[in-house]
Design a protein around this ligand. Structure first.
Ligand SMILES: Nc1ncnc2c1ncn2[C@@H]1O[C@H](COP(=O)(O)OP(=O)(O)OP(=O)(O)O)[C@@H](O)[C@H]1O
Ligand SMILES: [Mg+2]
Length: 227
């Protein structure tokens, strides 16, 4: 299957892609990553450390669906890190054509919430995801969840923004998102994860909880022990 890690702009997407992949591998899944952000930071991370969990293929192309997807081993968990949806809508469109699960990283802050729900320029990500249905084999948009990250311990903002996203904004007129109960905390060891070894307790526990929740929600298959 293909899991797409998306965000409207810089929000912690590469950090989450790498550490989620690490958690998936430790949970027993065969994982392969694709870097569809032209900054290629996920690919560099994998090169720079010994314990990055898998291979990362460069895949920053608007023909992702035609040139990258067909060559994947679909028995593995393929995880793609996309760049800014705002700046690279063509690549994001192509990923959405074929993704099975979309994880949108958002921080519970006003600027990040606004960029997700009401961007001043460009198309809101919810609409981009919805319209991908027209190009998908199923005729439906991919299953999509929101992962709140950089959540400050003790702050009310994760609940506040989580509720707004779930309920369609203050007046219920905006698109409604499925917000995961797993949250990634705002922590220095996670802030400094990209380019450094994955094996630190703070870089594991929140992502293990995320994998558990994704399994519970039926978004992940059982790991196949025979592989
Ligand atoms: N859980 C966290 N706690 C604190 N800071 C974080 C956390 N996750 C990411 N960050 C910080 O957020 C910034 C963006 O992280 P990252 O590079 O993963 O985001 P991105 O969405 O991939 O960005 P880009 O647009 O460059 O691709 C970095 O400065 C990183 O240190
Ligand atoms: Mg990135």
């Amino acid at each position: 299957m293909l899991i797409a890690s998306l965000k409207p702009r810089t929000m912690g997407g590469t950090t989450n892609t790498g550490l989620l992949s690490y958690a998936l591998a430790r949970a027993g899944y065969p994982v392969t990553c694709y870097d569809a952000d032209e900054s290629l930071q996920l690919a560099a991370w994998a090169r720079e450390v010994d314990d990055f969990p898998c291979q990362v293929h460069e895949a920053d192309t608007p023909s992702f669906a035609e040139t990258i997807y067909p060559g994947m081993d679909h028995g593995r968990l393929n995880v793609v890190d996309a760049g800014h949806a705002e700046n690279h809508p063509d690549i994001v469109d192509s990923i959405l054509e074929v993704a099975d699960l979309v994880i949108v990283t958002v921080s519970p802050t006003k600027p990040d919430y606004d960029r997700l729900t009401r961007p001043e320029r460009g198309t809101a990500l919810a609409k981009v995801i919805r319209r991908s249905a027209a190009l998908r084999e199923t005729g439906e948009p991919p299953a999509t969840v929101v992962l709140l990250n950089r959540c400050q311990a003790g702050s009310n903002s994760p609940k506040q923004y989580g509720d707004l996203l779930t309920n369609g904004g203050h007046d219920g007129t905006l698109p409604r998102w499925n917000v995961l109960t797993s949250r990634i905390p705002r922590r220095e060891p996670i802030a400094s994860a990209v380019g450094y070894p994955c094996n630190k307790p703070e870089r594991k526990a929140p992502y293990d909880a995320l994998v558990t929740e994704l399994k519970r929600l039926g978004h992940l298959p059982e790991p196949d022990a025979s592989r």
